[in-house]
Design a protein around this ligand. Structure first.
Ligand SMILES: *[C@@H]1O[C@H](CO)[C@@H](O)[C@H](O)[C@H]1NC(C)=O
Ligand SMILES: *[C@@H]1O[C@H](CO)[C@@H](O)[C@H](O)[C@H]1NC(C)=O
Ligand SMILES: *[C@@H]1O[C@H](CO)[C@@H](O)[C@H](O)[C@H]1NC(C)=O
Length: 379
């Protein structure tokens, strides 16, 4: 039985590969390369891009409760585990780059067979670069574990395509996106009780050093597993999220200083790390996504972007900005979801995600450098 099943999977994949090759050979002129679509999109990160992994963990960080997902068309508005009202930035980028399917969550039973050829999502709400990050949620996938899981996927690709084609597909036709780091501050370094040891023994500089040396090891592991096209997001203005503004009782147009300062400090060093990896890892291309500036622009110039507020969460409760109690069935919800920059106390709305994703796909070097995602795909 087992042998027959794997035989028929091989057969399907062989057919698919032939179709892909046929398209390449016969319509593969430069002008038609756009139609080829993305090979695979491998998504690593935290709740900003989790597409349902935490549904399969016993964790306090969950988003598979209404009204999360209320605007997600593919599920007809039922929650999927995404921490927003609609699509994440990862979903939108996959769509725009021509993928017919959203990358499947690694922990979902669906992440088998040829479904993984379009990509796999390892992101997990509460996850961070450091293993200890997100302890407050009891369970989450940190970056080390997410890469262990990719190692499993990598072997599945060898089985599906054969080692040589698998290597080519991963190296040339796949994009590795990493959206991580915010929780290392919010749910580790800045947490008053849990991190007290770390904060007494480590200056911000030392903690950020530690983060970047771990991230460097993690990205190098992905490279060893044949990843070549990377996009790495920096940490957003975490001092401006409704949660931080509410607990610090700020005014509408103010942000909390320390979290933003830590993010900027980390971001400057991240840029250096990516330049260094670009130099040291032959054939690798690390693209830097300036999420901080993109999100800060939405927050500061929200009116120009068509929003009515960038301080108040659409779904949530507590304080002036609905920023204390997370979004759930008993939360109050705003009337115009597309007019709020923030969906909940922590996460942008789909409308905000759409603006950010478009800048990353087609924007200039202020948003993403040395090239945008469209160019990275065709590179
Ligand atoms: C698995 O895929 C099926 C069909 O595409 C879908 O209906 C179902 O919701 C998926 N299950 C999970 C857990 O994602
Ligand atoms: C992080 O945790 C995972 C699993 O819990 C473990 O395999 C890994 O070695 C840990 N990494 C570090 C740097 O401690
Ligand atoms: C991937 O897994 C294999 C064992 O199956 C191990 O030998 C190898 O070191 C792992 N690679 C990385 C980069 O973690």
């Amino acid at each position: 039985m087992g042998a027959m099943k794997s035989c028929s999977i091989h057969h399907h994949v062989a057919t698919l590969v032939i179709v892909l090759l046929f398209n390449l050979c016969c319509f593969g002129k430069a002008a038609d390369r756009q139609e080829e679509g993305l090979g695979a999109s491998f998504i690593f990160g935290d709740s900003l891009v989790d597409a349902g992994n935490n549904n399969f963990l016993s964790t306090l960080s969950k988003a598979n409760i209404p009204p999360n997902g209320i605007d997600f068309k593919a599920s007809k508005g039922t929650p999927t585990g995404r921490y927003t009202n609609g699509r994440t930035i990862g979903d939108i980028i996959g769509e725009e780059l021509g993928s017919p399917n959203y990358a499947v969550p690694f922990l979902s039973p669906n992440s088998t067979g040829k479904a993984i050829l379009y990509g796999v999502n390892y992101a997990s709400g509460g996850g961070g670069i450091m293993n200890a990050t997100g302890r407050i949620f009891v369970n989450r996938l940190g970056m080390d574990v997410q890469i262990d899981y990719f190692n499993i996927t990598r072997k599945q690709f060898d089985k599906l395509l054969g080692p040589s084609k698998a290597r080519d597909y991963i190296m040339k036709k796949s994009i590795f996106s990493v959206t991580i780091g915010a929780n290392d501050f919010l749910n580790n370094y800045l947490l008053p009780v849990l991190s007290i040891g770390a904060r007494i023994s480590q200056t911000p500089d030392a903690f950020i050093d530690d983060m970047l040396s771990h991230l460097s090891t993690q990205l190098t592991r992905l490279y060893q597993l044949d990843a070549r096209k990377f996009v790495i997001g920096n940490v957003g203005p975490i001092g401006c999220i409704p949660y931080q503004k509410t607990i610090n009782q700020l005014k509408e147009d103010e942000c909390v200083e320390l979290p933003n300062k830590l993010a900027l400090q980390y971001n400057a060093r991240l840029k250096d790390l990516l330049a260094q990896l670009n130099e040291n890892l032959p054939g690798a291309l690390f693209v830097h996504a300036n999420v901080y500036d993109l999100v800060l622009d939405l927050i500061t110039n929200y009116k120009q972007h068509g929003f009515i507020t960038s301080s108040k969460a659409c779904c949530g409760n507590g304080g002036q900005f609905a920023g204390i109690i997370p979004c759930g069935p008993t939360s109050s919800m705003c009337a115009e979801r597309s007019k709020h920059v923030f969906w909940d106390p922590y996460h942008p709305s789909e409308a905000a995600n759409l603006i950010i994703a478009k800048k990353l796909l087609y924007g200039d070097t202020k948003a993403i450098s040395p090239m945008n995602l469209k160019q990275l795909r065709d590179h």
